[in-house]
Design a protein around this ligand. Sequence first.
Ligand SMILES: Nc1ncnc2c1ncn2[C@@H]1O[C@H](COP(=O)(O)OP(=O)(O)OP(=O)(O)O)[C@@H](O)[C@H]1O
Length: 304
Amino acid sequence: MIRVRHISKRYRDTVAVDDVSLDVREGEVFGLLGPNGAGKTTTMEMVEGLRPPDTGEIVIDGLDVVRERQRVKKVIGIQLQATALFERLTVREMLRLYASFYGETQPTQDILSRFHLEEKAEDWVKHLSGGQKQRLAIGLAVIHDPKVLFLDEPTTGLDPQARRGLWDIIHTLQQSGKTIVLSTHYMEEAEALCDRIAIMDAGKVIALDTPSGLIRRLDSDSVVEFVVPDGLDVSRFQSLAGVKRVKKVDDGKGVQLLTDALQQTLKELIDLSEHGTFKINGLRTRTATLEDVFLHLTGKRLKD
Ligand SMILES: Nc1ncnc2c1ncn2[C@@H]1O[C@H](COP(=O)(O)OP(=O)(O)OP(=O)(O)O)[C@@H](O)[C@H]1O
């Protein structure tokens, strides 16, 4: 449905997007996951046709996004940021206004009921909760029944309940046949919603797979985390049995080991602490998650 080839974008000295290629299949929810500044928004805006790429090619549903912009607009829906909504219109007025931009649209009443906004139809937009505003923003984005929907960090700033409500809406949209591209910096959101995920860091796609495929790369791996005294040289942990990677986390206070031989690593770690006369605190072990995949690939944590 979407084909992106070798797109790049530079702002003065910053390379925001660096030679990104990817394909989004019809009917899938495709996630762009990465920390702030990774280039997710710039990538989305180029794919949406809002920003011209410096180089590269983007095709949506057979249409060239740069050369056939007007035709592409009918095929795609873009979720506005909540701040771009008109505060002093009612929900119904806002929907009617948007409907007037397009020739053929879905009935306002349908949108109100599908997005659970019926009771709010006559209320001013400014009086909606964060979750309701996000639902309205998505309702506006699908008013012309587009094939492809773009959601840029749709649940940022929402409480957990409102976030789950929005996840349900995104699932329903997928079931109705839409192709959805979303960006997020929430791991669990990417895992819960996305069929495939492109992990972005510093303008590049550094991994692209299903959530379970990404985790499977670290399948036999476990994570050992603990806290050591300030100033301890953590490189010594690299030589423990099974350890594949040593990372300092939590501003250097914690250490994280990725191991494929948990028992041996733990045994040697405890021996080392006894003989090395330093104390280990807060020792924890767990199996690898998408968060660890990110840490493993980038050396950075993907903070919520
Ligand atoms: N209009 C602009 N002018 C200059 N630099 C920009 C502009 N837009 C983005 N950048 C820079 O490009 C890089 C990528 O930004 P982008 O907003 O695409 O990242 P992001 O992954 O979407 O981050 P966020 O989650 O914060 O939105 C950043 O270093 C950012 O500072």
